[in-house]
Write a protein that binds this ligand. Sequence first.
Ligand code: PGA
Length: 266
Amino acid sequence: MRPLIIAANWKMNTTPADAGELAATIAARTEEPGVVRVICPPFVCLAAVRDALAGKNVAVGAQNVHHELAGAYTGEISAAMLNGLATWVIVGHSERRRDAHESDELIGKKLARAVASGLRPILCVGELLAEREAGRAVEVVAAQLRGALAGKDVDALLSAGFVIAYEPVWAIGTGRTATSADAAAMADAIRSTLSADLGWGDAAEDVPVLYGGSVTSANIGEFLAERSIDGGLVGGASLKPDEMAGMVARAAVTAKARAAAAGKPE
Ligand code: PGA
């Protein structure tokens, strides 16, 4: 059974002075069974968040990682530097594809580095509005997956707990979401790309697929009602403890229902 995951992407928000308190508040408000919680603060807040979350069963993630371990890369952060600070990492977020011009090939290298360094990666994929309107959403996402994943060690990715987040770019930070049916159709298309195009076979069924893009406590239930969606990657709403409490509580209901369904004899 795939885990239910609520991952908070704080983006370029919080400071080392306030991140720890926010993380501790969120941890205390989201103590629900059956939900994997992850908080991804800015790099400079990782230590404060790690300390605040010690013993609380909430994982800490980075928002990016460099593909090399060390060297002349001004301003970059390597996987070795994250050792002891983070156990998860977001790779290929659309804001980095847009602002840092990250290519699928580069994202694939970051993914391989993350896995080799013992980090659990969340690979983000998603189409632009024009691509969806042109009926090309699945094609674009499949190309992103092939570009980042072709030739990668499937067993290593799976044992690292590889997660995919489907985040339509036009839904990020806009208050507009994909319909749950479209998001579920994309989650299915993602798993068929892994299974058929990339040759992962049945292993594709084990990969959690999250939805991201204007997720809130009010709309997450629609996404979690879809069996192919395993949680959310949340930006804006993840900075609000009330919102996090609502989203994780809703995910806990889903986790319980899915576990009960899986436990039933056929
Ligand atoms: P949002 O961001 O929830 O603010 O739309 C999601 C994300 O970019 O991961």
